[in-house]
Design a binder for this molecule. Sequence first.
Ligand code: WTA
Length: 692
Amino acid sequence: MLRCLRVAPLSLRANLHSSVHPWSAAAQRAVAPPEDFNDRAFKEYFPGPCNYRQQYNESVHNGDEFWTNVANELHFRRRSGKGLEYNFDHRKGEVFVKFMDGSITNVAYNCLEKNIISGMGNKVAYKWEGNVKGDACEITYSELRDKVVEFARVLKSRGVKKGDVVALYLPMIIDLPVAMLACARIGAIHSVVFAGFSSNALAERVKQAGAKVLVTCDGFYRAEKYIPMKQIADDAVKVCEDAKHPVESVLCLEHLKTVTRPSHTTDKALIRDEENFEFAVNDAKDVFAPVEWVQAEDPLFILYTSGSTGAPKGVVHTTAGYMTTAYYSQKVTFDAQANNDVYWCMADCGWITGHTYGVYGPLLNGMTSVLFEGVPSYPDYSRTWEIVGKHKVSKLYTSPTAVRSMMAHPEEMVTNYDRSQLNIIGTVGEPMNPCAWKWLHEVVGERSCAIVDTYWQTETGTHLLTAHHSAVPQESSCGNLPFHGIVPALLDENGKKVKGPGSGTLVIEKAWPGMMRTLWGDYERFVNTYFAPFPGYYFTGDGAKRDAENHYWVTGRVDDLMNVSGHLLSTAEIESALAANPNIVEAAVVATPHDVKGQVPYAFITMPEGQVMTPEIEKEMRATVRQRIGAIAVPDVIQFTPGLPKTRSGKIVRRILRKVAEGERNADLGDITTLADDTVIAELWSHRPENA
Ligand code: WTA
């Protein structure tokens, strides 16, 4: 108790006595983050007394030297002597980013062999927790390396070479990081597809990436729900048959036989002999799969993310830059302590957070991580805290959505479990709302954990804005500061830089090593999406505000993307899935606020004259969205309307739809004189479902 008081963050000292939350006797807090924890790592690079602002200035003004110093801690076969090179202005020539171009290294080697050589072979790399309580196992760094070599042999036996794409469609099982690392070991490019995606969404990604091999498993359970992975993968492969490069091999792991099934069993998968991973291991025993030493700018992975129009975008990350920033940001934001930490990133490896902070960041830092197959609500909402207590988790990375779903349940679901080692709780995915922040801080952290909000993107690879612990007071409304090496700016509607406090479109002025390099197979779209809107800047697609001390608050997307439970979805993609129904003339989808998920899709649809909406049609539309995109994209509300609010030039005025979706009858709708027909507004209100 005394220790907690002594090391509590400065800003809390004044009000500790007025704490309304009693210290839980069952789970006394013992450890709080040291005040300088975010600085500790940085001091290794810039010795002497320092503070965040000084460190930040150094990292920006001597960026090249700073990042190269960080990279010096990692293993390179050859260093070219080059640093960060880039051009963000397409008017001045090709947009590009390179880091240590011409150097040679291997990310998997740095994650595994480098740690093993330094004596960490017997250290646990992953503690796996299954969907059903009691299903658990661990794997050391040496064992992980052995599994990676075995997997790499199998990939090689299927003809996978450096530069080939391997699609990974797997749940959160140890084989997923194994497969990612196996690709990295042999210089293949992994493209992980989230296990919640439908067969069509998987097919689209497999096709676009030109994947040679698709790795999946028989199936898995998410809570009580059976997800037939192999069947979905088979359906996807069929869709890909006419592709320019159809999938050459499917590899299927047998996962179900290793786990406890929930109450019912519907799990059957057809695994042909040539697809069976276990048989393939046997066949590949004599295949040689050494570390492939690759170029700094060789691609490490592709990860698809929603685009505001058209198909999903295959974000490409390369080797040396991504590795350097994943290593460094893990170390600084989470104060990675290889010897003491048990770290748990709750994000699925199907998203960028799972890539950078579930696999590469923690392994590069020699950390022990928890890998969780299940969901926070199963068997009940105490599951997260049961795992935190069981493994004495010291650092947790979660999302506002997960927090909001847990805080709706009794506090005992948290306080009954040991959180004595927990000292940092990171969040990512959406703006952190004050209630969720307070709950994490007071109920979970009992006022002595650092709550570190982190803002970044699939494209950025690594943190852009964080609540740097030693510089941002522990209060929910304090905003975030730029991460080392990141130079954000705000632009007004004319593209002019906003000076001092204000708000605008968030852009980044300078490159950093871990940012995306291109969109797979579509360099033009890469330039048009991220650099053409504001020449000379990387365009994030988000809006933000800033105070006089350079704290930022990200306010949300400025494009047609929505953020449902931390996942970006394209309104255009949902609209085209809805409009595929022959009974529909047009569909318009907007994001509307939701207490737990942050935002949810709300759809407006028009139908041919005289046709009426029926529960069957609505059901069909929901099924199409589920099948084409996935359950997460299914609109909460599908509202029929005789017409959509359009300008005379035919553009849908979405701000009006948003107000209707939000139920704000008295809201100011702004200028409606440009509408072709303003009687539509009354129609929209009269058709709004009562329960929406
Ligand atoms: C949003 C996830 C506010 C934002 C790592 C961004 C956030 C998009 C935050 C990227 C945050 C992520 N505060 N908004 N801390 N973190 N976002 O590519 O709109 O899945 O552009 O990457 O999520 O989502 P993505």
